[in-house]
Design a protein around this ligand. Structure first.
Ligand code: ADP
Length: 608
């Protein structure tokens, strides 16, 4: 009814006070009026009897009408009202008002009639604001007339009215006071509530640090304290939540697995950076789109739909697009508050699969590489045992061949050992500013005789102003030896081999190169060395794998190499923070490149 607490408290008090005061006013006034009237009646009765006694003599003598007027007038003055003397016959013999007029009919006054007829004091009830009383006059028990007194009440009751008025004013005053007090108290009660409301609103707007100072020790103070406790509790919980959320977000941000959360209808609600990268979408663009729009791989969508149908966790290992991309996808239904959703985790297994293939190939390769020399050793031993031992020249020949096989095996084992030492970082590098000529020229010179035997032209082409490189000269010489040796091996007679070097920057290293985990910066200076041949080239499908251990392109199977040379070269270059790569056209020739961090020319001058 009243929207404000102020009026709800004040109005009932005001109404109650007003009603009470009015009731008191009414009751008191009534009581006083009745008492006053009773007094007057008694007085009138006494006065009427006095008048009756005084005029009894003359009434008995049957006076003529109006003859007692002077008497009546005298008495009237004393009484303060109108006095009428009526003869038994009903004739008005004396009247203080309208003296001299005898023609009035006393019978017209009912109180006179009653007094005459019944012989008792009669009163007309409150006619025209006056009190009228008729008292019979007797002589010897016989009624001889009636004295009637009419007293106007107006004056007599004026004080009652004054009292009433005073009481009414008092009622109004007290009500006003109650109103003022009520408003004051209500205001005091409502103020903390209003303050609480304001603070609660700020809390709802997110300002969790607001608090109220409890001003009183009463219930409102208690409420304020409870409110403050609630706010503090809320703030603490929000902080914990924020912290937890931050931790979760960090986990999601940084985890390698892709995470996508969809609603029951398949709309993407959350996607972490890994998932965005795997699915090739932007995280913000993906939110709100359907799972199918974001994922685009039918196998994954199938898995999700299966999970939705069966409401059971689904795990699938999927090969996408036959491009060597393997994903393990796990779709889990979950309930989030009232709502349902699906958690999709995508693990990229491509690298692991690739590594598995490499390991498988490695095992099969090493077995193969070992089997061939072992088988021929076995055959040679058997031949010797079967009699060749007795034939000295033949035996020597077989022993020579056995020696060669053992040498090949020893070389392979040595290379493997070396590779594993380089891989595990056991080979310490003695890095020093080194001129490129010092790492290129000695190996070329050493291999010159071999090249000559195959009638190959080997040229070295180094610009004069090449910067120095940070290198362990001996190790990088090993790289150059491997590359030039391969070029000699895989280039038919009469071919050309050219070794070049040029200065460049990190950016020029192609993305598909075999590079170190910590490689040179994009704009750091590098020197790029290349070994180009006009040999048999490498089939495109083998290009990405020739740097693996034991890997040999099909056509090179019979070349007698171990397949370890490039793997060693790659590891050596990478341990220099460099990169190695190849370009080749089958049948035309190959060019191997490697890049090493260089010392900027300015620095070099400073250093020397
Ligand atoms: P190896 O030469 O002992 O077989 P490498 O690791 O040095 O082992 O080479 C791996 C494979 O790469 C070779 O078997 C060959 O198929 C290929 N390859 C390397 N260099 C050349 C080249 N210059 N021309 C053609 N093929 C090459």
């Amino acid at each position: 009814m009243f929207p404000s607490i102020r009026w709800r408290i004040t109005v009932p008090f005001v109404v109650l006070t007003l009603v009470t005061m009015l009731w008191i006013t009414g009751t008191v006034t009534d009581q006083v009026r009745s008492a006053r009237l009773a007094d007057m009646r008694e007085q009138l009765l006494v006065q009427a009897q006095l008048i009756g006694d005084a005029v009894a003599e003359r009434l008995a003598a049957a006076p003529v009408a109006g003859s007692l007027d002077p008497e009546a007038q005298r008495w009237a003055q004393a009484v303060g009202g109108r006095v009428t003397i009526v003869h038994r016959s009903g004739a008005v013999v004396g009247d203080s008002a309208q003296a001299g007029s005898q023609s009035r009919e006393a019978q017209a006054w009912p109180e006179v009639r009653r007094a005459l007829n019944q012989g008792e004091t009669a009163e007309a009830s409150d006619v025209e604001g006056s009190l009228r009383m008729a008292v019979p006059v007797r002589r010897d028990q016989e009624i001889i007339g009636v004295v009637r007194i009419v007293l106007p009440l107006g004056e007599a009751l004026a004080e009652v009215r004054a009292l009433q008025q005073m009481l009414l004013w008092a009622a109004l005053g007290i009500t006003g006071l109650v109103l003022a007090m009520g408003l004051l108290i209500a205001n005091r009660t409502a103020r903390p509530v209003l303050q609480l409301t304001a603070v609660a609103n700020r809390l709802a707007d997110g300002d969790l640090s607001v608090r109220l100072q409890p001003a009183t020790r009463d219930e409102v103070g208690e409420l304020t304290r409870a409110f403050n406790r609630m706010a503090a509790e809320m703030q603490a919980q929000m902080e914990t939540l924020a912290k937890e959320r931050g931790r979760l977000a960090a986990v999601l941000e940084n985890m390698a697995d892709g995470v996508v959360i969809t609603g029951p209808d398949g709309h993407v609600r959350l996607i972490n950076p890994s998932a965005a990268r795997l699915l090739d979408v932007t995280p913000t663009g993906a939110i709100g789109q359907t799972f199918a729009q974001v994922v685009r791989h039918y196998q994954v969508i199938d898995l999700w739909q299966q999970c939705r149908r069966q409401q059971e966790i689904q795990v699938g290992e999927l090969e996408l697009d036959r491009r060597g991309i393997f994903w393990q996808v796990i779709v889990t239904p979950f309930h989030e508050a009232e709502e349902q959703g699906y958690l999709v985790i995508i693990q990229d297994l491509s690298r692991i699969r690739r590594l598995e293939t490499v390991r498988r190939d490695f095992v099969s390769n090493i077995s193969h590489e070992l089997r061939t020399p072992l088988a021929s050793l076995k055959a040679l031993v058997e031949t010797l045992r079967d009699g060749a031992l007795d034939d000295r020249p033949a035996a020597e020949h077989f022993l020579d061949r056995m020696d060669t096989e053992v040498d090949a095996l020893t070389q392979m084992v040595q290379e493997l050992l070396e590779l594993s030492r380089i891989e595990s970082g056991q080979v310490g590098l003695r890095l020093a500013p080194t001129p490129v000529s010092a790492i290129v020229e000695p190996p070329v010179a050493r291999l010159a005789a071999q090249a000559e035997r195959k009638d190959l032209t080997v040229t070295v082409n180094l610009p004069d102003d090449l910067p120095l490189v940070w290198a362990d000269a001996e190790r990088i010489q090993q790289v150059v030896t491997n590359l030039v040796h391969n070029a000699i091996k895989f280039t038919p007679e009469g071919g050309r081999i050219e070794v070049r070097a040029r200065a460049g920057v990190g950016h020029e290293i192609p993305a598909n190169s075999q590079r170190a985990a910590v490689t040179v910066d994009g704009d750091a200076p590098v020197v790029i060395v290349s070994v180009a041949d006009t040999g048999i080239g490498i089939p495109a499908r083998d290009l990405s794998r020739i740097f693996e251990r034991f890997y040999k392109a099909d056509r090179a199977r019979g070349s007698g190499g171990t397949g370890l040379g490039l793997a060693i070269a790659r590891h050596l270059v990478q341990s220099h923070r460099g990169a190695i790569w190849v370009e080749s056209v089958e049948g035309k020739g190959s060019t191997f490149y490697f890049a090493l961090p260089a010392i900027a020319n300015g620095e070099r001058r400073k250093g020397t």
